[in-house]
Design a protein around this ligand. Structure first.
Ligand SMILES: NC(=O)c1ccc[n+]([C@@H]2O[C@H](COP(=O)([O-])OP(=O)(O)OC[C@H]3O[C@@H](n4cnc5c(N)ncnc54)[C@H](OP(=O)(O)O)[C@@H]3O)[C@@H](O)[C@H]2O)c1
Length: 400
């Protein structure tokens, strides 16, 4: 732990400066190069804002994108000349703005990462995700969670489930709330459906598998190792498929023969799914990989089924045979994070212990860049978490 993080602090008093991992425009690149520990001015809350002392912070793929400056530099997304990444936090309310009445100093909280204006008709009737000023905190805004304190809108706060450690509470927000909206509100998951979950052992996938189990749907998890297959089964997946047994990815400048081979592989993949489902195709495909998997997702989805997609780790230019879409009347649905109501609904399932956080490796604060490098190389399972103010792994649990 850095010296400043170990110093005693009084709730309500903000030190003038704080340690933070900072990305600057001139050093965008690999996370280990881009993210530097700096001492920066501690932010003050605006009228509707809260300053949270960060106890633990979850590692997300958007931190990798922010470091790389790809597919777009975060400095084109917000006006700050620096970027503190981190879109997941557990912590303690340390200072509140003049208009904040719902939260008080000392409250233990989890932060969700959607920010919106709060004033427009979309925020007040349709969905804050439709707000023209909607942004993902810690990615499209600065002052994220890889710092001693973070600055958030008060509507971003949720009660921390009392039975969770700080690292567990920091692990699930972004991925779980995203997966909840995708499956529950966008895809309207129903009991008995078959759901193909790409990356079933990753951040989003490990939560999607649990949502399927909770709704009595059958998750068929796709993974790249036996360890991740075992993890997904433990989380409630009906079956797991190791994707390394199939040659599904389209090569640049693919020849006619290679195309035939790839379609044959997609058919073989679909056959494997039907062997696992008692002969049925998947009703929903849970997509976030993008170019490497999307043609297969559209292909294996059932007639009248749907592909719900929120990301594109492998690439965002998607190429697929559209005949399978229209002839079999399939749908493609985009989805992005979640609104505060969905976050609260989903958080309550954690409070009720119906969904479990899936914490992978836990790192000290100094390891923020290395943890993102691990994620960039897909060498992790579940969610990686950084201890920031938490004194040790396992702290933060309350009885009852
Ligand atoms: N729009 C939103 O609100 C939102 C929210 C959260 C995340 N996302 C995006 O969703 C993506 C995944 O996020 P995450 O946190 O779940 O990341 P993650 O923890 O790294 O998990 C992604 C999983 O995808 C699988 N994968 C990676 N490359 C693949 C490939 N070429 N083919 C098939 N599977 C592949 C890997 O599983 P195996 O190697 O085991 O197959 C990996 O575990 C990221 O791009 C992220 O930016 C978007």
């Amino acid at each position: 732990m850095t010296a400043a993080l170990a110093e005693p602090l009084t709730v309500g008093t903000l030190p003038p400066t704080m340690p933070a991992f900072v990305i600057r425009p001139e050093r965008e690149g690999e996370p280990e190069r881009a993210m530097h520990l700096e001492e920066v001015a501690t932010p003050e809350p605006g009228p509707d804002e809260v300053i949270v002392r960060v106890m633990a912070a979850g590692v997300n793929y958007n931190g990798v994108w922010a470091a790389l400056g790809q597919p777009v530099s975060v400095f084109k997304l917000h006006r700050e000349p620096f970027h503190i990444a981190g879109s997941d936090a557990s912590g303690v309310v340390w200072a509140v703005g003049a208009n904040v009445h719902r939260w008080h100093l000392g409250d233990e909280v989890v932060v969700h990462c959607n920010q919106s204006c709060g004033e427009c008709p979309e925020c007040n009737g349709l969905d804050p995700m439709a707000c023209s000023e909607q942004k993902i905190w810690g990615y499209e805004t600065s002052w994220g969670s890889f710092a001693q304190f973070c600055r958030v809108q008060s509507q971003q706060l949720l009660p921390k489930p009392r039975h969770l450690t700080w690292e567990e509470a920091a692990s699930y927000g972004l991925v779980y709330f995203t997966a909840y909206r995708m499956l529950v509100d966008r895809a309207r998951i129903r009991a008995g459906q078959n759901v193909l979950v790409w990356g079933g052992g990753g951040g989003l996938g490990s939560m999607a598998v649990q949502i399927c189990r909770l709704f009595s749907a059958n998750a068929i998890a796709v993974v790249s190792s036996d360890e991740k297959a075992a993890l997904t089964r433990a989380l409630g997946a009906s079956a797991a498929i190791n994707r390394s047994e199939f040659d599904l990815v389209k090569r640049d400048g693919e020849s006619a023969e290679q195309a035939r081979h790839r379609v044959g592989e997609m058919r073989r993949f679909g056959k494997r799914i039907r062997e696992l489902t008692g002969g049925r195709d998947v009703d929903i495909v849970f997509e976030h990989v993008g170019s490497a998997t999307f043609p297969t997702s559209v292909f294996v989805c059932s007639r009248f089924g749907l592909v719900v997609i929120c990301g594109a780790t492998a690439g965002y230019n998607l190429e697929f045979d559209v005949r399978y879409l229209w002839m079999r009347q399939k749908s493609i649905i985009g989805s992005h994070f979640a609104n505060a109501y969905e976050c609260h609904q989903a958080n309550e399932l954690i409070v009720q212990r119906k969904i479990q956080p899936v914490v992978g490796d836990v790192f000290p604060f100094e390891a923020v860049p290395q943890a993102h490098q691990v994620m960039r190389h897909n060498q992790h399972a579940g969610k990686m978490v950084i201890l920031v103010g938490a004194p040790r792994r396992g702290a933060g649990v309350h009885a009852g």
